[in-house]
Structures are given as C-alpha cells and as structure tokens.
Write a protein that binds this ligand. Structure first.
Ligand code: OSB
Ligand code: MG
Length: 355
C-alpha cells in the first residue's frame, strides 16, 4: 500500500472524573489522532497515547505532535509499504517516540484490515471472543473482573488493607508507577498478605535488575509496565526474573507489530499478559480491544467502557462492558467502530495534513 496523506489532529477531551496516579492528576486529555488515507481512498485511524506531560514516559502531547509532523509522517507518506507492520520500520531512523510511531502504525493496521474487509482483531490473529476487563478503583457493581488500586508512599498498605477488608473475595492488584525503591522491600513483604494478583511497576521506570531482586524476596507476582518498551525488553525482563506478568500497551511498545512480538515472546515463556490503558478515546480503545483478543491476553485488562471516562466518546457505538465484565469484540471491518466526525471536528483544536 501507499499512504498518500496523513492528517494529524489534536482533540481535547474532558474526563468525567479526574484520574490520579503516583505522578499526578489528569482532568482533560489532549489526544492526537492520526488519520491515514491510501492512494485508493481507503482510510484508517490511530491514536497517540502520550500524556499531557512527560511523567509516565518521556513522550507527551507536544513532543509527539512535533515528531509526527516533522519526521514520522513524512517518512511514511508516499512510500510503498508491504504491510502495516512495515510502517514501523520506515520510522526506525527516529529513536524512541514509540507512542508517536504507534499512532501512525496502528492507523495503517486499521486501513489494511478495512481493505481486506475483515475486523482488525482477526487480521492481527486474535482468537478470543470476549475480553475480560478490569478498572482502577470503584465500579465493582458494574461487573468488572478486577480492581486496580493506584498506590504511592503514604497511600499504600492502609488502603490495600481497607479495600481487602471490605471486599474479601475480589481480584485486586495495585500499580505504583515507579514510586518506590528496593529499600521499600518491607512494604512489599507486608503487601504479600493481601492476596494481590500482582504489583505493577513498583520500582524505577527503566529498571529490571532491582525488580528481579524484589521478585526473589516477595510472593506477589510483579507485573512490569513502564520498564518494557520493546519486545527485547520483554524477553530480558522474563529471563532475568524481573516480572511474572507483563502489561502490554500499544503506544508504549510502538504499535501492533511490536505488541504482537511482546505477546508471543511472553506466551512462549508462559508469562501472561494483559492490555494496559492510557485513558484512550474510542479510537485507542478499539485498537486495545483488537489487540487483547490475542491468545496471550489471559488476564483482565485496563480496557473498559467509554462511559467510565467520557460523557460522549468519539466513536460509535460507544464501548460497552457486559454484566460479566467483558467487552465483546466487534465484527465490522478494521477497528470495528465508526468515527463520529462531527463530534471529532468540534473537539479538534489543531490539525495538519502531511502529503
Ligand atoms: O500506569 O497503567 C498506568 C493511566 C495513564 C497512565 C498510566 C497508567 C494508567 C492507568 C489506567 O493505570 C487504568 C485505567 O484506565 O483504569
Ligand atoms: Mg501501570
């Protein structure tokens, strides 16, 4: 295929409820969408999951926009590419900026699956009909299959104790977003008592070595998020014993082709994976759903209903969660949801076309 133009848009989307992690609070998302069109007029949509500041990773909305506009989009437009995954290789000269790359790469997958006339999940090789979902805090009543508590120093053991005390049987986990060091091992040993499914990214965002040391000392499985940026990282983390579970995020690893490599390398080594969330609009959410149908995604992910985040999503229909806490994969071609163009236009604060 040959991509003849890439349209970049930034939309602003206010969250229904602010979202808080150990590195800060988000009230309104600044989301970049990539809209790719090929020579025959086929289209695809992708989302950049970079946050509003360089706190989860180095990337944020402004760096992603500048890198997409000046480097990544021009590298892809007009080039003959064999398949969507190859779009990533065209952008290889740019180091890092994987979330920006994923916006284009995932859009190419949507386009390619639409051209083939089949749903993206199928095009990716997905096998699961329904995806188990989890959420951060509240929401058990809605049927979600597990609850994630965001922890940080001063908001950890006590809150876990209280939640566990009140909801004895639920599947519970916590995510520290790198708020601790190995000197906090006593805390993690204390958390071992509360039958957590896992502790996500307790230590430094680039570390694997200390995580391996911590994993030796505690029973609760460690799940890596920030530290796994590439399929090679996933392999190294597993071989080192730095984690027993991996959170896969499309943006963090650079798109579907890389995510598939992480998934298969984890599956070969019997390491379960799950789909992480980055407060995505419907476009990113739809891509997450497709990815999470791959066989290795056996644990409930952070993919949940549009209505948990947005008053009105930019896709139709909105993503719904069943009373069993699952999302049913869509059956339409590509990402399987329509973009609400009028609403997206209204939310757009800037756009740029690269031809
Ligand atoms: O670390 O998983 C994370 C949201 C933004 C940035 C980083 C993370 C998150 C989440 C989302 O944890 C969880 C959810 O949507 O419920
Ligand atoms: Mg996380």
């Amino acid at each position: 295929m040959i991509i003849s133009s890439i349209e970049l848009r930034e939309i602003r989307l206010p969250l229904i409820h602010f979202f808080e992690t150990s590195f800060g609070r988000t009230t309104e998302r600044r989301i970049i969408l990539a809209h790719v069109i090929d020579r025959d007029g086929a289209e695809g949509w992708g989302e950049c999951t970079a946050g509003e500041g360089p706190f989860y990773s180095e990337e944020w909305t402004e760096t992603a926009w500048a890198t997409l506009e000046n480097f990544l989009a021009p590298m892809v437009v007009g080039q003959e590419i064999e398949n969507a995954g190859a779009a990533y290789d065209l952008m290889k000269r740019v180091r890092g900026h994987r979330m920006a790359k994923a916006a284009i790469e995932t859009a190419c997958w949507d386009l390619e699956a639409k051209r083939a006339g089949i749903p993206l999940w199928q095009y990716l090789g997905g096998v699961q009909t329904e995806i188990p979902c989890g959420v951060s805090d509240r929401e058990l009543a809605a049927g979600y299959q597990r609850i994630k508590i965001k922890i940080k120093p001063g908001w950890d053991l006590d809150i876990v104790k209280r939640v566990r005390g009140r909801f004895g049987g639920i599947r519970l986990m916590c995510d520290a977003n790198s708020a601790y060091t190995l000197s906090d091992v006593a805390l993690f040993k204390a958390l071992d008592e509360f039958n957590l499914m896992m502790i996500e990214q307790p230590l430094a965002y680039t570390d694997m070595f200390d995580h391996a040391e911590l994993q030796k000392q505690i029973k609760t499985p460690i799940c890596l998020d920030e530290s796994v940026r590439t399929p090679e990282d996933a392999k190294h983390a597993i071989e080192l014993g730095a984690c027993r579970i991996i959170n896969v995020k499309l943006g963090r690893v650079g798109g579907h082709a890389q995510a598939k490599r992480v998934e298969s390398s984890a599956r070969e080594r019997n390491i379960p994976v799950w789909c992480g969330g980055m407060l995505e609009s419907g476009v990113g959410r739809a891509h997450n759903i497709a990815m999470a149908t791959l066989a290795g995604f056996t644990l409930p992910g952070d993919v949940s209903a549009s209505a948990r985040y947005w008053n009105e999503d930019i896709i139709e229909p909105a993503v719904l969660v069943t009373s069993q806490g699952t999302i049913v994969r869509p059956d339409k071609p590509g990402i399987g949801f329509e973009i609400n163009r009028a609403r997206t236009d209204r939310l757009t604060v800037r756009s740029e076309q690269i031809k």
